[in-house]
Design a protein around this ligand. Sequence first.
Ligand SMILES: [Fe+2]
Length: 362
Amino acid sequence: MSVATLELKPIAYGRDCKTYLLWDAATKQAAIIDPRFDHVARYRHELAALDVSLKYCIDTHTHADHLSGSDRLRNLTGCAIVMSAASKSKVPDYKAADGEKLNIGEHELTLLHTPGHTPDSMCVFDGSRVYTGDTLFIGGAARTDFMGGSPAQLYESFRKIEALGPDVEVWPGHDYNGHEHSTVADELEGNPHFKADKNALITMHKIKGELPANMAEILSFNTEAGLPESKIVVPADIAGYGVPGKDFTLLDSRFADEFEAGRIDGAVLIPLPEIHDRWDEIAKLPHPVVSVCRSGVRATMAMMTARHAGDQEWVLLEGGMQAWQKAGKPMVSDTGKTPDVITSKFATGGSCAAGGGTCSAG
Ligand SMILES: [Fe+2]
């Protein structure tokens, strides 16, 4: 077996979530760890630029703070989705036991079951680097206060990471402080969670944090399968739906200030936090519903509410108003200024870290 290291491209989004693209230069096989739904186009661009084919999507655990891109990548590339055997998700093609290996060319990825943050948390070890998901962060640790988390299990999982050896590089699933990677030795030296004894770790993790925003919609998407391609449209498709408000509904789930700054003419504003409570009103709107927000994340969450209500006549405008603007399509505004897609203060997340930090997107 070759022990040479797989090629690695870390993909970061500001200072929070991390995705890792790994590939074997010889066979052009690739794997991606913890992809996001709203960045699938970017991954496909990276895969094409590298001329590699995606063999595996690995979700290190059931994510509660962002929409996983695995299901869509599978729809578009035919890759297999791998999660832990402890996962209750219906999405993966394969659920791996502790210590199972995946081949990428002649390389092996070892999947380590590392419960603590969630019961189904895994780390991925490529022989010299460990991708720790939300189990271990640089200088910090995963929160263990929701979704069946356990600080006692986290302690045991830390020891499994420690046993990989001091020189092994640590590449986390989040970083809220601008770090990229460290080593097991660095974490043993400076990480108060990683170096704590079991009782101290349990004490440190007694604090309860807020649940991630829109957690129910995110979990629905991540555990029951995402959206088929037939439910995803692009700006050029919208004209084919007819007149908004008469033949169909353009439902914009952003906040009022974003809607007023720039929207598609004829769109209806129902901010995501109000979708559930205003369901009777939404049910009476002309169908189908084209769901739109800034980037597509909130609009997808709105679709999860619709799915749970049994309303299947929704489609997603991929890339949201950002894609609409980029395509040069017309917008209207109420501000007296040139219509624009303004940056949202909306946070999808909540933190996966013990002690705070947030993931933002919209
Ligand atoms: Fe997490």
